[in-house]
Design a protein around this ligand. Structure first.
Ligand code: MG
Length: 345
């Protein structure tokens, strides 16, 4: 058996500048990985590197030759355990680069077996939660417009980015524009613990469902302080990067937000889900600004998660890939009968 591999960088244009507490982005660089078997069948994956976790498209491209040489050396796409272990030994960091290879291999394996990936895992498509739609930081009126448009377009769950001095004004504007919406708030590490506890009170009064990453990941005691006093359930994102983080956050949050680009691949993500459940945590499957080439893979795990935040590909234009139908926020796995992750060029 032999495998060929290829790498291609793509630039995704965001429909509008995307601002969170850390900064603003107008494009997202993704790196596409293809793994092709001797019959010409291709598995497709993608990396969406995040500088928050020390990666850029350049670092992904720098390590992919080493990772793909492991794939070619093993030569058998079904040897997922051996390949992913060797990749982790070779480059311990660089999770988005490893995720791209993991996704391409899983896509290829399921295609070779002729089944959608979630079917290979025995998951129930009907158990898939609806995805949220993200409203980035902007002027209150602009955020209200976006919230209204999202709800009118059929997205009933909003994830609202906060983390500035005008948080309350912004969220009140969003709530007025979307009185019936389920609203989740993500502060992206921007608050102090006391500030987060205080703000959780009026967030609860405005009917917010839960609060994500209120304080910096570097302050685990602060996260515990908020968790013990917050008026809302707490989700951990930046505090929950790899499977080793799950036991560390288990007594200081309610929900683990996992992403393929943090975990380093689908096998690691599945370990994280199992570990989180074993520690009594609920799981949200999240994403970066990503092509459908990787969102489609994350969607395959959604039936095992309570919450989904998979709108990364909805925020960009010019994605060369199609993936899972996310119309009205529904992760339509039940209509994905294409083998693999469901990605299509
Ligand atoms: Mg987040």
């Amino acid at each position: 058996m032999s495998l060929e591999t290829a790498v291609e960088r793509i630039t995704l244009d965001l429909d509008r500048p995307f601002t969170i507490a850390r900064g603003t982005e107008t494009t997202a660089e993704n790196v596409i990985v293809r793994v092709v078997d001797e019959g010409g069948m291709a598995g497709i994956g993608a990396a969406s590197p995040a500088e928050r976790y020390g990666e850029t498209a350049a670092t992904v491209e720098a390590v992919l030759p080493e990772l793909l040489s492991i794939v070619e050396d093993v030569g058998d796409p079904h040897a997922l355990s051996a390949i992913e272990r060797r990749m982790r030994d070779a480059v311990r960091d660089n999770p988005a680069a490893r995720a791209a290879v993991s996704i391409a291999l899983h896509d290829l394996v399921a295609k070779r077996l002729g089944v959608p990936l979630h079917r290979l895992w025995g998951l129930d498509p009907a158990a898939t939660p609806r995805t949220s739609y993200t409203v980035g930081l902007d002027d209150p009126d602009e955020m209200a417009d976006r919230a209204r448009n999202a709800v009118e377009s059929g997205y009933p769950i909003l994830k609202v980015k906060l983390g500035t001095d005008r948080d309350r004004e912004r969220l009140e504007a969003v709530r007025s524009a979307a009185p019936e919406a389920t609203i989740r708030v993500d502060a992206n590490e921007a608050w102090t613990p006391k500030e987060a506890v205080r703000k959780s009170q009026w967030l609860a009064d405005l009917g917010v469902e839960f609060l994500e990453q209120p304080v910096p990941a570097e302050n685990p005691e602060g996260l515990r302080f908020v968790y013990e006093r917050s008026a809302l359930p707490i989700a951990a994102d930046e505090s929950c990067v790899t499977v080793a983080d799950v036991p560390r956050i288990a007594d200081r949050c309610d929900i683990a937000n996992l992403k393929l680009m943090k975990a380093g691949g689908l096998r690691e993500a599945r370990r994280m889900i199992a570990t989180a459940h074993a520690h009594g945590l609920e799981v949200m499957i999240g994403c970066m600004i990503e092509s459908n080439a990787s969102i489609a893979a994350a969607a395959q795990l959604a039936p095992r998660c309570t919450y989904a935040d998979l709108d990364g590909s909805l925020l960009v234009s010019g994605d060369p890939f199609e993936g899972i139908d996310l119309t009205e926020g529904r992760v339509h796995l039940e209509t994905q009968d294409r083998p693999g992750t469901g990605v299509r060029e």
